[in-house]
Write a protein that binds this ligand. Structure first.
Ligand code: COA
Length: 186
């Protein structure tokens, strides 16, 4: 069964907001929302957005976003050349502006219903629609058991060096996505 994002209430987390319950299978992600997310917002370190099930009075999913950069790594020359090939005036560039998904979690009972993928599409659209800042890539330090989810949503690995790590750096190129959804011509 698909749950539509539109059927949930969307809200940006603010310091004065009383948090409804949220429980995913990942304790760190539950604790971040309960204990840290407001401080991150207050310190301008990350902004957190909620999807609220108003009927059940609980949070169905949340994500947090922050600025990032994709930087040249001499150990990942292959991927760097591949990235550069798609960017004009790329000579000697050593980094590209990006946004990072700091956290993304779907509550137990709401998983496998398309919410995570719809949230990724919403973030991608948000970053390329009337952008206020240059932002070429969307990145995430993906939990090892969530990498298939990001691959399914067209994210790529930045390096093979983190293959056996607990998280893997992944990225999504926003330009083809923007060109596709807006019929952009340059
Ligand atoms: C990973 C997560 C965000 C996916 O959200 P979701 O709403 O279940 O994802 P969708 O329904 O859009 O897509 C699910 C598909 O992604 C793929 N997938 C791969 N790994 C997965 C995983 N660990 N959990 C869920 N789906 C996964 C499957 O193809 C799945 O298809 P299926 O439902 O037919 O099995 C969610 O399961 C979650 O919050 N997990 C716990 C926390 C976490 O790992 N967050 C990511 C931090 S980087």
């Amino acid at each position: 069964m698909i749950i539509r994002l539109e059927d949930l209430e969307f809200a940006q987390l603010t310091p004065d907001m009383e948090l409804l319950p949220f429980c995913s299978k990942d304790t760190d992600l539950n604790n971040f929302l309960a204990e840290d997310a407001k401080n991150y917002a207050a310190d301008l370190m990350a902004v957190t957005y909620l999807f609220i099930d108003t009927e059940k009075q609980q949070i169905a999913a949340y994500f947090s976003l922050l600025n990032d950069k994709v930087a040249y790594d001499p150990q990942a020359k292959g991927i760097w050349n591949r990235i550069n090939r798609h960017i004009s005036n790329n000579k000697r560039r050593r980094s590209y502006p990006s946004a990072k998904i700091g956290r993304l979690a779907v509550a137990t009972g709401y998983e496998h219903a398309g919410l995570g993928s719809q949230i990724l599409n919403l973030i991608k659209s948000y970053l390329v629609t009337e952008p206020k800042l240059g932002c070429r890539f969307l990145t995430v330090d993906a939990y090892a058991d969530a990498t298939d989810f990001y691959r399914k949503n067209d994210f790529d690995y930045f390096t093979t060096l983190d293959t056996f790590d607990s998280t893997r750096l992944m990225y999504f190129d926003l330009k083809p996505f923007r060109d596709n959804i807006t019929n952009y011509k340059n």
